[in-house]
Ligand binder design. Sequence first.
Ligand SMILES: Nc1nc2c(c(=O)[nH]1)N[C@H]1C(S)=C(S)[C@@H](COP(=O)(O)OP(=O)(O)OC[C@H]3O[C@@H](n4cnc5c(=O)[nH]c(N)nc54)[C@H](O)[C@@H]3O)O[C@H]1N2
Ligand SMILES: Nc1nc2c(c(=O)[nH]1)N[C@H]1C(S)=C(S)[C@@H](COP(=O)(O)OP(=O)(O)OC[C@H]3O[C@@H](n4cnc5c(=O)[nH]c(N)nc54)[C@H](O)[C@@H]3O)O[C@H]1N2
Ligand SMILES: [Mo]
Length: 780
Amino acid sequence: MAERNGVDQPWGARTPYGPGESWPVRVDSHLADGLAPADVDRWVRTAAVLHSNGDGLDLAVKDGAIVGVRGRADDRVNRGRVDPKDLFGWQANASLDRLTTPLVRRGGELVEASWDEAMALVAGRSKELLDEQGPSAIGFYTSGQLFAEEYYTLAAIARAGLGTNHLDGNTRLCTATAAAALKESFGCDGQPASYTDVDHADVIALFGHNVAETQSVLWSRVLDRLAGPNPPAILCVDPRDTPVAREATLHLAPLPGTNLALMNGVLHEIIAHNRVDHEYVRRCTVGYDDLKKMVADYPPDRVAGICGLDAGEITAAAELLGSAERLLCTVLQGFYQSHQASAASVQVNNLVLLRGMLGKPGAGVLQMNGQPTAENTRECGADGDLTGFRNWANDAHVAELAELWNVEPTTIPHYGPPTHLMQLLRYAENGTLRFLWVSATNPAVSLPELRRIRSILSQDRLFLVVQDAFRTETAELADVVLPAAIWGEKTGTFTNADRTVHLSEKAVEPPGQARPDLDILLDYARRMDFRDKDGAPLPSWHDAESAFEAWKRATAGRPCDYTGLSYAKLRETSGVQWPCNEENPDGAERLYADGKFFAQPDYCESYGRDLITGAPMEPDEYRAMNPDGKAMLKAAEYLPPHEEPGEEHPFALITGRTIHHFHTRTKTARAPQLQAAAPESWVEVSDVDAKRLDLHDGGWAEITTPRGRVFARVRVGGIREGVLFIPFHYGYFDTGDPAGAQADRAANELTMTDWDPVSKQPLFKTAAAAIRPASSGGAR
Ligand SMILES: Nc1nc2c(c(=O)[nH]1)N[C@H]1C(S)=C(S)[C@@H](COP(=O)(O)OP(=O)(O)OC[C@H]3O[C@@H](n4cnc5c(=O)[nH]c(N)nc54)[C@H](O)[C@@H]3O)O[C@H]1N2
Ligand SMILES: Nc1nc2c(c(=O)[nH]1)N[C@H]1C(S)=C(S)[C@@H](COP(=O)(O)OP(=O)(O)OC[C@H]3O[C@@H](n4cnc5c(=O)[nH]c(N)nc54)[C@H](O)[C@@H]3O)O[C@H]1N2
Ligand SMILES: [Mo]
C-alpha cells in the first residue's frame, strides 16, 4: 500500500501490461496527517462517488470519524487505484459548515426548525396542492448521486404514491444522451462493453471524452497498456489539447457542434472502403441501406469544411477505426452536451455495429456515465424512464409496475413520456408547477442560463424544498432545507458505468440531525399516508436492505436484473456486474455477446424517436421496422448549431471539467489539497486568438454571450482557434475563501436554454461568445 500525492501525480506510477493480460494491482491510499495504517480502528467498504468509474474503496475510521481512504486491491474496476478527488474528497464529510438541522423560511429568512416542523410543512403543502390542483402541481428533481434504494423509493412515491409524471434527475444534464443513444440503437439502456475491454483492445477511440481528468483510474489502465508491449492506438476527438489528446496516435479537433458531420464522414469512409462486417450487419441489424444512403452525402472534403479539419484527418481516422481488430469506443459530454447529441452518439454505435465489434473481448462501446450513481437513476426510474427499463408506451410494462406496487395501472401516469427537467422548469415558470423538491443537486450553478434559473426558483408561488448536505446556492432559494446524511454516513448500493454494482456501508454517524435521504423519503410517504390497493403502507419497505430486496423484485426478468445479488454477496465480492441472476450468478461481463438484443417490440424500453425532431415513434411503426428485435442502424443529416459564432460573438464557447474539482465543488472545495490545486476559474484561449486580442496568461478577461457575462483568468493554449473553454465548477460561494461570495464567474451565466430533441439534454457545449481583456475579476 502506497501513500500517494494525487495532486502532483494524478495517474500515479505505471504498472505496464500487455494485451490479454490482467491489469496489475497497485494499491493507493491517503490518511490524515500523522496517521499510520496501524492507527486505523476499522476499514469500511464503499466505492468512489466523485465520478462514474466505480472504483472500489475502503474508508479508514478512527474514533468515529473518517480519517482516510485506500483502494481495494480485489476490485475489478480499479485494482487498488484511487483518483485524486477520492484521495482527499472524504474530508468534506467532516466539514464544519455541514447542514445539521432543517431550515424553514420565516419572514424571508431561513431559520432553524425541528424535523417535525419542516416535514409537516412539506407534507402539508403537498396535500394542499393535491386537493387544489392534483398531482401535476408537484415535481421532483433528483440526482445521479443518491443510492439505488433511494431512487427506487422516490420513483414509487412519485409514480404510485402521488401519481405525478414530474420526476426527473440531473442525469438529464449528464447521461440522458447515453441512455437515448443506447435505446435508439439497441432498444434499451444498458452498457454493452466492460472496462476489461481496455485490456484487450488494439484501438481505443474516445469521442468527446476527457477520461484522463474525469475517470482518472480508467485512464491509468489505458496508460498502463500504452507503457506495455503491443500498445493500443488511441483516437481522440476533442477541440482541446487534453491529456488524452497528448497521448493519442491521432487527435482530431473538430469545431464544437459538428460531431454528427464528422461521424457521418467516418462512416462514409468505412462503407466506401468496405470495412463493413456484412455477415454481422445482415444477421444482427436493421437499417443498413438507409444509413448507407445518408452517409453517401458526407465525403471527406465536405465534412472537412464543416468540422474545420483536413480531409486527410478524416480518412486517417476512418483507416484507424476500419482496420482495428478489437475496437473499443467511448463517448461522453463532448458529444452528449453538444449539438445533435443523440444523433451523433448513435453514429458511434453504428460504427461499432458496422464493424461487428460487439460482445467480444476488447470490442464494444461505452456510452459513458458521468455521476457515480447515474446508472441507478435511470434503472430505478427516478428520471424520464420507468422503473426497470420499462417502456412507458407499453401498457403491459405499466401493468407490471402496478402489480409490483399493488396499485391501479391508471395511478401510474403514462399518457406521455415522463416530464423532462427543461419542461418542468417551463411549468414552474408558467406557474402550473407549484412544488419542486430538489435532492442532491445544485441547479442554481449547474443549469444553463442561470439568471433565468434563479428567477424561476426564487418565485414566491413555487414551494422549493432542497435536500442537501451543504447550504448551497440552491438552498439559499429554498422554502425548506432538509439536512442530508451523505456517502460514508448511510448504507446503499450503486452501479458504475460498466454495470458494476457496489455496496457502500455506513462508516460514521451523520453530523447533528442530518438524516439519510431514504429515511427522509420514507418519513414523507408515511406523513402523506400513501396506501396500496389493499390499504397497506406504500412503499412497503422500511430500510436500505428491505428497499434493495424490493428493488430486486422490480428488476426480475428485465435487462438490469439484480435478482442474483444481495448485501451478503456484495460484502463477499468487491463489485459485481449486472445482469446477475440464475443464468449469470457472478454477473455478466458484456451484453449482446450472442448477437441478441433487448429490442423485441414487447420487451424494449423504447420505441425510439426521430433523430432530428425527437418525435416518438408509434408502437406499430417500431414493430414494422424491427419485428425481430435486432440492433438498429439509424441515420441523421447534419444541421448547423442554433447559435453559431458571428460578428458580435465570434467564438464557440464550450464548458467542462478539470481533474481536481467535482461539479459545483460542494465537496472538493472543502478538501484543502484539491481547492489549492484549482482555486479559481479560468478561460482557455488559443495562442493565435490571445495574441490578436491582447490576452495574456494569468491576466483577467471578460467573456460575454447573449445571456450574460463572466470574468476569468486567461490560460493561453491547449485549444483550437476560435474556441473558448471555461470550467463550470465555480458558483457564487467560494467555500474555500472566508471572504465569501464572488460574483460573475459561473460558466452557466453564459450557456443557453436549448436541448437535444431526442434526449432533452441541455447543450452546455454550444454557444457563441466574445472575449476581451479586463482589468480585474469583476464585482466582488
Ligand atoms: N474531475 C472530475 N471528474 C468528473 C466530474 C467532475 O466534475 N470532475 N464529473 C463526472 C461527471 S458527472 C461527468 S458527466 C463526466 C464528464 O466527463 P467528460 O465528458 O470527459 O468531461 P467534460 O469536460 O464535460 O467534456 C469532455 C470534453 O468534451 C470536449 N468538447 C466540448 N465540446 C465538444 C464538441 O462539440 N465535440 C467534441 N468532440 N468534444 C467537445 C471538451 O473539450 C472536453 O475536453 O465526468 C465525471 N468525472
Ligand atoms: N456549463 C456546464 N454545466 C454543466 C455541465 C457542464 O459540463 N457544463 N455538466 C452537467 C453535468 S454532466 C452534471 S452531472 C451536473 C452536475 O450538477 P449538480 O448535480 O448540480 O452538481 P453537484 O455539485 O454534484 O451537486 C450535487 C449536490 O448534492 C449534494 N449531495 C451529495 N451527496 C448527497 C447525498 O447523499 N444526499 C443529498 N441529499 N445531497 C447530496 C452535494 O452537496 C451537492 O450540493 O452539472 C451539469 N452542468
Ligand atoms: Mo454528469
